[in-house]
Design a protein around this ligand. Structure first.
Ligand code: FPP
Length: 137
């Protein structure tokens, strides 16, 4: 990459995951479809950041306020988070992306904690790009 161009690229980008519900409402589909779409976009964004040379991508994925949402929506989000981690893990190895978290991981169900911890450990030696999930922040 051109050195001049490189100077204009930030080292750290942070994104608040928002608008999933509005996306679903606009299309007349259940909210969970909006969350699924949001999770899909995360893969695209993570790869684009890596390609652009951005070192850190922080995703504000689940706030402490989000625990007040209906149980069915929370359960759907937890399943989605585990599915995302499982399916995205091989890409993280391919792209050498290190997973980290901020927030209170211990607030999450054991299945989520286990998947997150396992991938954090498995990717701990990757140094170029980091995906930082803010969970219960
Ligand atoms: C905000 O949309 C989004 C969330 C509360 C949850 C985002 C989390 C996931 C999609 C789980 C998977 C996580 C990753 C990192 C892949 P909203 O419902 O507040 O939408 P609105 O602003 O339109 O109401």
């Amino acid at each position: 990459m051109n050195a001049e161009l490189n100077k204009s690229i930030p080292r750290h980008v942070a994104i608040i995951m928002d608008g999933n519900g509005r996306w679903a409402k606009k299309r007349g589909v259940p909210r969970i479809k909006g969350h699924q779409q949001g999770a899909e976009v995360v893969r695209t964004i993570t790869q684009a950041c890596k390609k652009a040379g951005i070192e850190y991508l922080t995703l504000y994925a689940f706030s402490t306020e989000n625990w007040q949402r209906p149980k069915a929506e929370i359960d759907g989000l937890m399943k989605l988070l585990v599915k995302f981690l499982r399916t995205y893990e091989s890409d993280m190895h391919k792209e050498k992306i290190r997973l980290r978290t901020i927030g209170q991981l211990t607030d999450f169900p054991p299945q989520v904690q286990a998947a997150v911890k396992r991938i954090i450990k498995a990717t701990e030696n990757y140094t170029c790009a980091q995906l930082i999930l803010a969970l219960s922040y």
